[in-house]
Design a protein around this ligand. Structure first.
Ligand SMILES: Cc1cc2nc3c(=O)[nH]c(=O)nc-3n(C[C@H](O)[C@H](O)[C@H](O)COP(=O)(O)OP(=O)(O)OC[C@H]3O[C@@H](n4cnc5c(N)ncnc54)[C@H](O)[C@@H]3O)c2cc1C
Length: 444
């Protein structure tokens, strides 16, 4: 075997799936069942050795769920395949190889016979001055854990702040973007801060001020207007404020400026406004992309121009029957993962491929305080029944019994016990301590 390469087991062909998220894990698990193990090796590659269950990330930021309970080991999807924990640094589609790097082996490669790209997306970070230095994201487990820690740090500091302006600034949270992630984070985070306030006699929960900034005129655009209106009215009754038809034009260490000139003094600006393509796609000239930078595929999920490269999930633009792409959701990615596996099994046995089609079963958004909104099979539900449905649906969807039990335990404890505002030292420290704005490395 040449140095720097990993060849497949002798006599075997190899199917590589890049990305162990919603799309990649279901593709790899199904491929390992469909391809004969004597002829095929299935390899799943990811920089992290887990699937992150994103829909529950706002609950980690709010301290309801423990960080470890919303991740599922990637190896659990592949009892018969192989998992490789490495960064994919490049794709050589002409030579049918992927390039990888780990801390110990900075440059090596793996050949493939079929390649599935399930790379996901990254947070869209427009060139708003100060955003990268001072904004928070909600995309990784470390983001969520640091947001929780940061929230507790704010309460500690506010409880001893003598200046009322400073106290207001510390207790104000600005969430940018009112789609699912932004609304869920705003609702859950407000609930968390207000609940945690009870441990601080100096603080009044009503001082917590969460402001959601949204460029459009309405929130939750993927839901029917009546449900979005219900969500907005419910959150406003709880004291959340909405600044619609406005954008954030500048972010600083001590706040954010809106497009109408309003300055919101705050130590927490959470950016939840859209997604962008994984940078690996732009770095590969041989990948066809649409005008937004997502990988163009045929309806059967083959990447345009290739018979052995496939793309699914957030990283792909797959045309539906109407020529439009599918929404970037976990539901779509998982279903495409299963479909791509079936199509690869068809391709290797010379059968014709089937186009992917999908009809959404519904959408759910949790609002905190045991309330949610949902549209399921055309039925619209709001309030406590929707929240109960939300938890039931996600509990059923979380893979493995161990994780389901951990989550039920966390939720049960949350129902009966108060928030315990303890800091783990994962939050960002700013110039107050060292004279320069910097972000501490967050490691779990
Ligand atoms: C906070 C939040 C809440 C959400 N809530 C919902 C919800 O309630 N319902 C819903 O349907 N959808 C929700 N989504 C969207 C949903 O999570 C995504 O649409 C879904 O994860 C897409 O699946 P995927 O397989 O395409 O990508 P992902 O699940 O993101 O997986 C991509 C994988 O690729 C890996 N990877 C990327 N680049 C590399 C590389 N260079 N080398 C190695 N590995 C790499 C990543 O580590 C990751 O594991 C939410 C998203 C977020 C961020």
């Amino acid at each position: 075997m040449p140095a720097g390469c990993v060849e497949a087991d002798v006599g075997k062909k190899r199917a590589i799936v890049v990305g162990a998220g919603f799309g990649g894990s279901s593709a790899a698990a199904r491929l390992a069942r469909l391809l004969p193990p004597r002829e095929w090796e299935v390899v799943l590659v990811d920089r992290n050795n887990y699937l992150l269950f994103y829909p529950l990330l706002p609950e980690v930021a709010a301290g309801t769920l423990e960080p470890r309970h919303v991740v599922v080991p990637a190896r659990s999807f592949l009892p018969r395949g192989r998992f490789v924990c490495a960064e994919v640094t490049g794709l050589d589609l002409r030579r049918r190889r992927i390039h990888l790097a780990t801390e110990d082996e900075p440059a090596w490669s793996m050949p493939y016979d079929h390649l599935v790209l399930a790379l996901g997306s990254v947070t869209r970070m427009p060139p708003v001055p100060g955003l990268r230095e001072h904004g928070f994201e909600l995309k990784t487990i470390a983001d969520a854990a640091s947001l929780r820690d940061h929230g507790i740090s704010l309460l500690e500091r506010a409880s001893i702040a003598k200046d009322p302006e400073l106290r207001r600034e510390l207790l104000r949270v600005v969430v940018v973007g009112a789609n699912f992630t932004g609304v869920e984070l705003a609702g859950e985070y407000q609930d968390f801060l207000r609940d945690a306030c009870r441990a601080y006699p100096e603080l009044d929960p009503d001082e917590v001020d969460v402001v959601v900034v949204e460029a459009r005129s309405r929130i939750l655009p993927a839901l029917p207007e009546s449900l979005a209106d219900y969500a907005k009215a419910h959150l406003e009754r709880r004291g959340l404020r909405f600044a619609t038809e406005r954008t954030v034009v500048r972010v600083g260490r001590r706040g954010a400026e809106l497009s109408d000139g309003t300055w919101l003094a705050s130590r927490t600006v959470a950016w939840c406004a859209g997604i962008a393509p994984n940078p690996l796609i732009g770095g590969c000239d041989d990948l066809p992309t649409n005008e937004m930078g997502y990988i163009r595929t045929h309806p059967d999920l083959r990447v345009e121009g290739y018979d052995d490269v496939w793309a699914i999930g957030d990283s792909a633009f797959v045309p539906g029957e109407d020529g439009q792409g599918y929404p970037a959701t976990a539901q779509v990615a998982s279903r495409q993962g299963e479909h791509v596996a079936r199509n690869i099994a068809r391709a290797v046995t010379g059968r014709s491929l089937a186009p992917f089609s999908f009809r959404s079963r519904g959408a759910l958004a949790a609002l905190g305080c045991r309330t949610a909104v949902a549209e399921v099979f055309g039925l619209r539900i709001a309030g406590f029944p929707a929240w109960f449905l939300y938890r039931t649906v996600y509990l059923l969807k979380v893979p493995t019994l161990g994780r389901k039990l951990s989550i039920v335990t966390d939720w049960t404890v949350d129902l009966f016990a108060k928030q315990m505002p303890v800091q783990l030292g994962l939050h960002r420290r700013s110039s107050e301590q060292n004279g320069a704005v910097r972000q501490d490395e967050v490691r779990l």
